[in-house]
Write a protein that binds this ligand. Structure first.
Ligand code: ATP
Ligand code: MG
Length: 214
């Protein structure tokens, strides 16, 4: 791949809510890959997934990301995936970014769980052509298993896969939503400005529906 002037990390996610796992991943990628910036792209929700019980609204998820990254000068918020009909395919987003910023190489940062279902994403080969993939461990997967999954995806879809050196962080938005609904403390799982925002707007106080729509 040709050498580009600028290197940008992309953290996509639902961020419902954004937690320290996301932030630590972004920072580790920034440092280890000498990135110029990391952009956080909250995913839009399709209309049928909006206003669900126990979940934040699109605006609230965006606001939580804004607050979570405010103290970090090389983190930025991008609303490119928050379009009106909600859903955006990663390959389209990355191709659009590539066209808009031809001097930039993009590094798409994902957790191991996303790598394991990467083959089910729309056009994985186009994702690999538009960005380098950066994978972080999750759910205690062994380094060997992660290497194996990387090799399989590389063979199948081409491109570059890089492994992040990051700790296994047993933390998910889902577990945080549950903790809040059960009135347990989430201090240190989320940054304080996000905790304050959730309290102020009473987000996640109801349990989410367990009917498979989440
Ligand atoms: P949910 O529980 O609602 O699925 P989540 O914690 O998995 O939320 P997402 O917004 O779905 O968060 O994740 C966005 C990206 O961040 C995904 O690529 C996911 O693999 C990664 N990620 C999230 N939390 C972690 C973590 N603790 N360790 C490594 N990767 C993570
Ligand atoms: Mg997830």
């Amino acid at each position: 791949m040709e050498k580009k002037a600028r290197k940008i990390g992309i953290m996509g996610g639902t961020f419902d809510p954004i937690h320290i796992g996301h932030l630590i991943l972004g920072e580790a990628a920034y440092e280890q890959l000498s990135l110029d910036e990391v952009w956080f792209l909250p995913a839009g929700n399709p209309p049928h997934k909006q206003n669900r019980k126990g979940r934040a609204s699109d605006d609230q998820r965006v606001e939580m990301v804004r607050r979570a990254i405010a103290s970090n000068p090389h983190f930025r918020l991008s609303l490119i995936e928050m379009n009106a009909d909600g859903y955006s395919y990663t390959y389209r987003t990355l191709e659009r970014l590539q066209n808009e910023y031809p001097d930039t190489s993009f590094f798409f940062i994902i957790g191991a769980d996303s790598l394991f279902d990467f083959h089910e994403w729309k056009n994985p080969e186009r994702i690999c052509a538009a960005a380098h993939l950066v994978v972080a461990t999750r759910n205690q997967v062994s380094s060997e298993l992660l290497d194996q999954a990387i090799a399989v995806n590389k063979r199948r879809f081409g491109g570059t896969f890089l492994k992040l050196d990051s700790p296994n962080l047993d933390i998910s938005s889902r577990s945080i939503r549950e903790m809040i609904a059960e009135k347990r403390s989430v201090k240190y799982y989320l940054v304080d400005p996000v905790i304050e925002y959730i309290k102020e707007h009473e987000i996640y106080k109801d349990r989410e529906q367990e009917d498979g729509t989440v």
